[in-house]
Write a protein that binds this ligand. Structure first.
Ligand code: SAM
Length: 181
């Protein structure tokens, strides 16, 4: 079993778009409790570098290097870059979501900000041809964010996994074929 139901969402996405083939390094942002890291670790056949990051601690997963900290914090971001030590990555995952207050006027900008930072990280660390999976909430800023992604990736698709609750505004944007501009 997996530590989080969200694991099934990632399995659907990875299988549909074959996101792990030829991949040797993955960064998972908002990784706790570790479901997505488990999926990546179990699906990988070769030696794969997996780095997870979250505000919250996780129970260790073999083969996963975990960094605890706030991704919006410059020093934490720098720790991630230092850990990579110049190694480019092939796949950046982000299931990050702020603690939802239920007030969309404050939740929406917070979640869009996390998505923007994840995209900045892609620009800095993704290998050309690499992929990005990011959780987004439909609403203010959503279309603009897709535009930004389309500028960076050859192909961008939106997926609403079967395992995602129908009423939730949550979707996943998948960028494939990172362009090194
Ligand atoms: N994909 C995970 C799994 O399968 O186990 C579940 C991720 S959960 C939906 C969202 C996570 O984003 C939470 O664990 C939360 O702590 C994390 N998060 C939210 N804001 C963050 C931030 N600024 N920096 C790091 N992690 C953050």
């Amino acid at each position: 079993g997996y530590r989080a139901r969200s694991a099934y969402k990632l399995i659907e996405i990875i299988d549909k778009y074959d996101l792990l083939s030829g991949v040797d390094s993955v960064v998972d942002l908002g990784a706790a409790p570790g479901g997505w890291c488990q999926v990546v670790q179990q699906k990988s056949t070769d030696k794969l570098t997996i780095i997870g990051l979250d505000l919250l601690a996780i129970e260790p997963i073999s083969g996963v290097h975990f960094i605890q900290g706030d991704f919006t914090d410059d020093t934490v971001y720098q720790t991630l870059l230092d850990t990579l030590n110049g190694q480019k990555i092939n796949l950046v995952l982000s299931d990050m979501a702020p603690n939802l207050s239920g007030v969309s006027a404050t939740d929406q900008p917070k979640s869009m900000y996390l998505a923007e930072l994840a995209l900045d990280f892609c620009r800095q660390s993704l290998e050309p041809g690499g992929s990005h999976v990011v959780k987004l909430f439909q609403g203010e800023g959503f279309d603009e964010h897709l535009k930004l992604m389309r500028a960076c990736f050859q192909r961008v698709v939106i997926v609403k996994p079967d395992s995602s609750r129908a009423r939730s505004r949550e979707v996943f944007a998948i960028g494939m074929g990172f362009k090194n501009l």
